[in-house]
Design a protein. Structure first.
Length: 527
């Protein structure tokens, strides 16, 4: 019988082959996560710091690469984000202990940190490298293994960055396979990773459809929702400062951060002065005709025009058919209503910001609530005010898990211009149909086993002051090194494979892979 070898060997994109590839990658990650439990806090911090330093040194290179590959944003601003998610992020968490037990003698409790294990992490095209940096460091600080899946539009820069961070981690002593990347992501492959029982938690940052897929995967998932932040500027605000913060935030990286302000809501008594302050800060106030042109360009029957994502204000204005001054960085579009009938009150990941004048504080707050109900529930709201009572009323009314006060929202909601925890994954809480409303960080990648003593005073608590896990240090590299599809970092020194005994579990996995291949070949030959 003469075989058609092209048909015989072309099984790489079948469900069975995908499952084999996914299993190989996740099994290697599982081994790394278990090996990581042998590391003490000093070793863990040393690895994380080495990776943070490498990410910082490569911040500019990857910032330029991300813009070149995706076409989104500003290289200089992406460099800043890459720096913030490297050394700045590490320094924020340097004094946090995610490794050693916590002892509470007053309540007779001992709490032992337990890492999630294997994290499957999605990275978006809008903030690719910053998200990779953030998720890798969060995983390393908590002694988890992570498998990264970049958006196809940012595949090259994310893959290179992941390999670079993996090399740095392993050179500092991390277990082999602690950082891996899906080098050729596809929707079926990503879904297979998310649904695998070997994935312990999914860290989802990306489009709404992908986040919802993560939630429905049957595995624990931490995700985000869309932003659509209302920014209320009341009569007590420092208008020049408010305008500066609004433009600084909305123009940052051409507004690709979902924490940016979508709509300014103000009052009639400060309307004229605020418009003037916005123009002085770098805004172009659109006429009715220009607003209509932008409405038609940015929104069509299928939704938002993705061609405008991360583009600068001048380019967007030209596409809409009008010109602006070269120094103008944000297009401000006055509107007379907020809601589904006004497309410009929807989320806009570009430097276009709506502008609405309310008759009273009560109406302003009502309109801010309406904006979030339409899109962005749970995400972010903003207020510029020097009146604490108004700020409290606003925060208590809007359905948002974070309200930024007198600061730029892009940087403030993500914790870099406020004292919120620094993050590139923003939880939207119950308002946004998520279980977590915090700024996501390392603390969400561990849970705690608690020893709880009887409350009876007669029951004495044991002495745990000198006790804890036995941190025996690194062990030889993962037995699955070199498995095709595992995306292992190249040029990393490894012990010979013979130095690592083959476990019964690995032998069973190899037999499963052989059986899968044989079954696929038989199926092809029957055709």
């Amino acid at each position: 019988m003469e075989l058609d070898f092209q048909k015989v060997i072309d099984i790489s994109d079948t469900p069975v082959a995908r499952r084999a590839q996914v299993d190989a990658v996740l099994e290697r990650a599982r081994w790394a996560s278990q090996a990581f439990q042998r590391y003490d806090r000093d070793m863990t911090l040393a690895i994380a710091e080495a990776v943070a330093d490498t990410a910082y040194e490569k911040a500019a290179e990857y910032g330029e690469w991300a813009v070149r590959e995706t076409g989104f944003g500003v290289a200089e601003h992406k460099t800043i984000k890459n720096q913030l998610t490297s050394r700045t992020l590490f320094e924020h968490y340097r004094d946090h202990d995610f490794v050693n037990p916590r002892i509470d003698r007053a309540r007779k409790l001992v709490e032992i940190p337990r890492p999630a294990g294997v994290i499957f992490a999605l990275a978006p095209s809008t903030n690719p490298i910053a998200t990779v940096n953030f998720k890798v460091l969060a995983a390393l600080l908590t002694r988890n293994a992570i498998v990264l899946s970049p958006h196809p539009a940012a595949r090259e820069c994310c893959t290179d960055a992941a390999h670079t961070l993996a090399r740095a981690a392993e050179a500092a002593g991390a277990p082999s396979g602690a950082i891996q990347v899906v080098t050729d992501p596809s929707i079926p492959l990503i879904e297979a990773f998310m649904r695998s029982e070997k994935t312990n938690v999914i860290l989802a940052t990306g489009g709404n459809a992908m986040v919802r897929a993560a939630y429905s995967s049957s595995n624990p998932a931490i995700g985000v929702g869309p932003g659509n932040a209302p920014a209320f500027v009341d009569a007590t605000a420092d208008l020049r400062s408010a305008a500066r913060h609004l433009i600084e935030s909305k123009s940052f990286d051409n507004s690709v951060l979902c924490t940016n302000e979508s709509m300014v809501i103000t009052l009639a008594q400060v309307d004229a002065d605020l418009r003037k302050a916005l123009q002085q800060a770098g805004a172009h106030l659109c006429s009715e005709e220009e607003t209509a042109a932008l409405r038609g360009y940015l929104f069509h029957s299928r939704g938002f025009n993705v061609e405008a994502i991360g583009r600068d204000a001048r380019w967007i204005a030209e596409q809409a058919g009008f010109r602006i001054k070269p120094k103008a960085s944000v297009l401000v579009t006055p509107v007379t209503k907020i809601g589904v009938a006004e497309p410009l009150s929807k989320e806009k990941l570009c430097p276009v910001m709506g502008y609405y004048v309310a008759r009273s504080v009560t109406q302003a707050i009502t309109q801010a609530r309406a904006l979030l109900r339409m899109s962005g529930a749970g995400h972010t709201a903003v207020i510029h005010s020097r009146d604490a009572a108004t700020a409290m009323d606003y925060a208590a009314a809007v359905e948002s898990c974070r309200v930024v006060v007198n600061a730029p929202a892009s940087q403030g909601a993500s914790g870099f211009a406020t004292h919120l925890p620094p993050t590139f994954t923003v939880g939207t809480g119950f308002f946004g149909r998520s279980a977590i409303g915090d700024n996501i960080g390392p603390k969400h990648l561990i849970q705690w086993t608690r020893l709880a003593y009887n409350k009876d005073e007669a029951e004495e608590m044991g002495d745990y002051s000198a006790l804890g896990p036995r941190f025996s240090g690194p062990i030889p590299p993962a037995p699955a090194d070199g498995v095709p599809g595992s995306a292992a970092a190249p040029n990393v020194t490894r012990l010979p494979r013979a130095a690592t005994p083959v476990t019964a579990e690995e032998r069973a996995m190899r037999e499963d892979i052989r059986r899968i291949i044989v079954e696929e070949l038989r199926a092809v030959l029957r055709k």
